[in-house]
Write a protein that binds this ligand. Sequence first.
Ligand SMILES: C[S@@+](CC[C@H](N)C(=O)[O-])C[C@H]1O[C@@H](n2cnc3c(N)ncnc32)[C@H](O)[C@@H]1O
Length: 405
Amino acid sequence: MTTRQGRRPTGRSLDDLQQAWCAIGDAARDRAPVAGWTHNFYRYPARFSPRFAAAAIQALSRPGDLVLDPYMGGGTTVLESLAAGRHVIGSDLNSLATFITKVKITGLTLAERRALRTWAEHEVPSFTYDLPAEDVSAFIDESKTRNLSLARARFIKKSMAAALASIVELQTSNAQDFARCALLRVAQWALDGRKRHTPLADFRDRLARTTHEMLDALSGFAAHVSDTGGRATLLNTDAADLPRAAAFADSRSRAALVVTSPPYPGVHVLYHRWQVDGRRETPAPYWVAGCNDGQGASFYNFGDRREAAAERYFETSLRTLLAIRGVMRDGGYVVQMVAFNKPEEQLPRYLENMRLAGFSEARVDATRELDEGRIWREVPGRKWHATLRGKTESSREVVLIHRAE
Ligand SMILES: C[S@@+](CC[C@H](N)C(=O)[O-])C[C@H]1O[C@@H](n2cnc3c(N)ncnc32)[C@H](O)[C@@H]1O
């Protein structure tokens, strides 16, 4: 068996590669809901499966290697790298992504855990919307609560303000961020895409329960990572700026493996908004997380979905790929999950960008279940918006595996 390039990537036998492809392919097609570790602290849009990230890390890196995810989103690769004892750098230009990933991987002291359990048991049941405006107005950021005064959101909004007011009483920033993340998770459930009003009692019960569940999950994860010795650095950076990040200043800090999922051409994902009351968008996630809101959807999607030729998408993609290559070790691998709304036009352009950035595709011939040596998967119930016109094919994703030349 040979790779499509007709030569064998150094350092690995073809049997190893064949096995790697099969393991990554099986994991990529896994349709089980996201579960495990602290993955469910937030439902980050377009997240990929932890099993996929874990399979790529196991197959194409070794303990102690540096793994990079330049578009980390909810931190799936970061968590699985830590769990596997790798050093990992996770970066994203969305401050919400950095916030969520930080909470998912930051262990808490016994005192912090106790304070959070007390908060869940004694404070959360008292959250109400029946509060004097002066008690909560200091906690309502008008610029980040747009559309939360709509009918299905307004009672939850006041309860969220009450929650934010009580969170500042927690003694440490790690405990406060953890509580904000629990609130974020539950408010997302209560508001985002919800067709009916969420009763306040359900909101409070769920917040208390979620806080306890998250604390249990974090304790298990932190204990495991202290055994594996994994280490993480998180950045809130445009991928194009990675070579200038202090984390890569030392030329020995080069990634052996990138496991990632970039924005998709022609596919518009709402990373930065929830939709309330008939699809009206709110920036409330940034209000709850206490982060800066990064602007419009085009900021997070490599450009505007209305640009027919997606020129800006491919320009931005090339700029970021060159930067990623600049922080990788020669011979390292990039494993990425991508979708295209017009695969016949966009896949060749995407592959050309990879080539221009210094990567060669590593496909394995004649492997069962592979389509032209590539792994494709159907996307179950994905919530995104493809181009405004025409039929979309973006319900299929492809796994691309490249080697840094
Ligand atoms: C498909 S999501 C990644 C999801 C992630 N794999 C997970 O499991 O949660 C793509 C991410 O790319 C980020 N992003 C978009 N443009 C970027 C850029 N120029 N530099 C860094 N991150 C960017 C978005 O904010 C988004 O979080």
